[in-house]
Design a protein around this ligand. Sequence first.
Ligand SMILES: NC(=O)c1ccc[n+]([C@@H]2O[C@H](COP(=O)([O-])OP(=O)(O)OC[C@H]3O[C@@H](n4cnc5c(N)ncnc54)[C@H](O)[C@@H]3O)[C@@H](O)[C@H]2O)c1
Length: 447
Amino acid sequence: MAVIAHNCPNLQVTVVDLNQEKISRWNDPDLSKIPVFEPGLEKVVKETRFKNLHFSTNFEEAIKKADIIFISVNTPTKEKGVGAGHASDLRFVESSARLVSKFSQGHTIVVEKSTVPIRTAATIMSILDSNKDPKDSKTFDVLSNPEFLAEGTAINDLQFPDRVLIGGNNSLAIDALEKIYLNWVKKEKIIRTNLWSSELSKLSANAFLAQRVSSINAIAELCEVTGADINEVAYAIGEDRRIGSKFLQAGPGFGGSCFTKDILNLVYLCEYFGLNEASNYWKEVIKINNYQKNRISKVVADKLFGTLTQKKIAILGFSFKSNTNDTRQSASIKICKNLLEEGAYLAIHDPKVSKLQIAIDLECEEISNHSNCDYINKWQFFEKIEDAVYSADAIIILCDWDCYKNLDWKEISNMMRAPSWLLDTRNVVSKKLLKDTNLNVWKLGLG
Ligand SMILES: NC(=O)c1ccc[n+]([C@@H]2O[C@H](COP(=O)([O-])OP(=O)(O)OC[C@H]3O[C@@H](n4cnc5c(N)ncnc54)[C@H](O)[C@@H]3O)[C@@H](O)[C@H]2O)c1
């Protein structure tokens, strides 16, 4: 929404959220307090906030005034009931639609921005229509306009999108939304489809991206046992234009709030329609991803003589990838839990993730009273890399933050307890920097 406000100074954009604390942080005069870390975001917010970009919890007022409403709420995986563990939980989408239905005035275009299962637009439409009073003149159009941005490069992705997808049944409504994007996106980049194609394209795009990660990770393991080098293989296959070079970096497994949830959703949809082979196919993508995290934990234990008890392991990187403070579904969470389970003591560093967030992810959020957590006193958060690695038996790089790329490994290896290990799951450390160190090195995907 900030990018829309930035590109469309004549539009008033109001972001409404139930969460008062989040909205207060978005309104905080100190821009470093806004809840999301994303390169370039502070600048965009600074230039638009309180001018044509507003943050509020006042639904009634915002909905009444709006001509177009983007539903961008969370659509997590259902935890109970029919489809638990696979299907999307649409209660937040539903409650948003009910609010729109109640407070809107005149004609309103409702845009699905959240990632939703196919045919959700029909659900939204029936909720919107349910509150209609025969006397009032409320009317609605529902459009699907899925978001393809990637965290870490979100501002750039939004400013220069590969494409903008708008699905709908009414071409006038599509025109109205298209007009907004035309302020900064070329017409040929705007794809118009029917509602269901648009909804399904988003789930499919994420499934394809996640599948590439699982594919390259599966090849990485084969490289390790055969003597091939995953970087060389990735380069060689990526030069084929039919394959392309993007998204071919082997690593500890995909994370983020979307890939797992969206594939699970696809799996559920396939099962719902009796397409069991298709459902099994997509399930395997997640299976490989989970396997990768457990495999890395096992490699660490194997390298450290089969036991991690009373060993200090430095974890470099906790977010699910660099340039974001988002830890949702981060591979680091599962790997850290596995290592703690094995008895290791963890010294965790991340340039943007807070100690509290790590505590929440490791289920130790009650850090103040030290209750309810098996891992209390078994891990510590360090703001400085040198403090995290001091006297460590092993360092595991789990995230490709720039600050890990050019460290003085000679100095670090002297600070560690020998025999010391560097396990680089992101292939961020060059061979050159490791020359003349005492480190034993394991790199993911290197035979
Ligand atoms: N995060 C991404 O990179 C990304 C990319 C593409 C698509 N998406 C999709 O966008 C959607 C949102 O993702 P997110 O990561 O921003 O989720 P999020 O959980 O970070 O934010 C969702 C927000 O919606 C608010 N909310 C819930 N119900 C509400 C209601 N009835 N009215 C107003 N606010 C309400 C919550 O308080 C929360 O702040 C999801 O469907 C996701 O799949 C996310």
